[in-house]
Write a protein that binds this ligand. Structure first.
Ligand code: CA
Ligand code: CA
Ligand code: CA
Ligand code: CA
Length: 289
């Protein structure tokens, strides 16, 4: 039985209530989710509202509900903590059953899966979940990250703790040339697969068959050999900088530099990819048509 994941944020901790140990080790499961060791969250069915009477005897915490208490004894539950901390239960909290959620704690080395399956099988339990762990601040290992004050100003580390983008999210950068083969850029370049005729997942500027330049517009978008984008100034598929132009590379890097690779800087989007895409020009042409 798959446990329903949930994230609990302990925003309010009063001095009068003894929470279970929230400093326990964090365990990463095979699916990449993280949870606090030896803890589960139960949501009870609405019929049990007002019937829970938490007591502790012989080191076992009990709900005062026979079926639940039998499992508490089996798994030696030593703490029960209601997640709803206020004496009153307003209509919204009541509607969503906030007052019916309890965190239970047992041995720190106990695998939570069989415990969760046991509780999920009870008619008194609506769902069971690990006590999910969310990292709100995640900082990359790029050596120049600490000098990127703009990332601090926008709270990037906190955002990255929630989401780090995805390569399927493609940004379009319109600027001057891009240093396509910079080690902090190339791995995040969007690749126009039909034009990557030698099929190696990167842009090779040599003529085919040694490279991708064959003069054919494989994806029929009006631009031949646009593997990573297009140079709209000179009308060719290699949008490298001319002379000392660095503005495009600089801006592209702010957005999309390869992040957490131990090289150079961090990009704002962490995992997204980007290109100087003909699609941008196409949209403008369609708009004018
Ligand atoms: Ca290629
Ligand atoms: Ca093309
Ligand atoms: Ca081509
Ligand atoms: Ca980097």
């Amino acid at each position: 039985m798959k446990l329903k994941p949930i994230v609990i944020i302990a925003l309010i901790i009063t001095a009068t209530f003894a929470w279970p140990d929230l400093n326990r080790p964090v365990v990463r499961s095979t699916d990449g989710e993280e949870h606090i060791a030896g803890q589960l969250i139960l949501k009870l069915r609405p019929e049990l509202r007002g019937r829970v009477n938490i007591t502790t005897g012989d080191g076992i915490a009990l709900f005062g509900i026979p079926n639940l208490d039998a499992l508490n004894r089996k798994w030696r539950v030593n703490e029960i903590a209601p997640l709803w901390r206020r004496p009153e239960v307003g209509p919204v909290a009541r509607k969503y059953g906030c007052d019916l959620q309890y965190l239970i704690q047992f041995d720190v080395d106990q695998d939570i899966t069989p415990v969760g399956i046991d509780y999920a099988g009870l008619p008194e339990v609506e769902y069971v979940s690990p006590n999910g762990y969310m990292r709100f601040d995640e900082e990359p290992n790029d050596p120049s990250y600490t000098r990127q004050w703009h990332l601090v100003n926008i709270g990037a580390a906190r955002a990255w703790g929630v989401a780090k983008g995805h390569p399927r999210v493609v940004n379009c950068v319109l600027d001057d040339g891009l240093d396509l083969f910079h080690p902090d850029i190339e791995p995040n370049l969007w690749i126009n697969t039909p034009e990557d005729v030698n099929g190696n997942g990167r842009f090779d500027t040599l003529p085919y068959p040694d490279g991708d330049i064959d003069g054919i517009d494989q994806d029929i978008n009006g631009y031949a050999d646009d593997v990573v984008g297009w140079d709209f100034v000179y009308g060719d598929p290699i949008p490298m900088p001319e002379g000392t132009d660095t503005h495009g590379t600089h801006c592209w890097g702010i957005i999309n530099a390869v992040t957490n690779n131990g090289i150079g800087v961090a990009g704002t989007t962490w995992n997204s990819s980007a290109a100087r895409r003909p699609a941008c020009g196409e949209k403008r042409r369609r708009a004018r048509a």
